[in-house]
Unconditional design. Structure first.
Length: 100
């Protein structure tokens, strides 16, 4: 039985303008790396250099600000597999969905 390839469809937009769009085969990127990519993509368009640096540094006893929150949603057990990731910072929005 041949398996149908699955893809992550990624759309990064600002208001109604598409800034970045791609399809990545699920064999080529894990969910963990996909979340990191979403954070990197939003950083490029929405954060200052200092805010990006704060995301990567760990200073003892200092509260770290999480500028980028990535939300993963799934489907009910009785439905076909559907996974979505979404994140929004300021007016930049990234939506990722699993497609066949």
């Amino acid at each position: 039985m041949k398996q149908i390839p699955k893809y992550w469809k990624i759309v990064c937009s600002r208001h109604t303008s598409v800034l970045y769009q791609a399809q990545i085969n699920t064999k080529h990127i894990s969910e963990r790396l996909l979340e990191q990519f979403i954070r990197t993509l939003i950083s490029k368009y929405a954060l200052s250099d200092n805010e990006i640096m704060e995301q990567h540094t760990r200073v003892p006893f200092k509260n770290k600000k999480d500028y980028i929150s990535v939300v993963r949603t799934g489907c009910d057990l009785n439905e076909p597999l559907k996974i979505n990731f979404s994140s929004q910072v300021a007016d930049i929005y990234v939506d990722v969905c699993l497609t066949e």
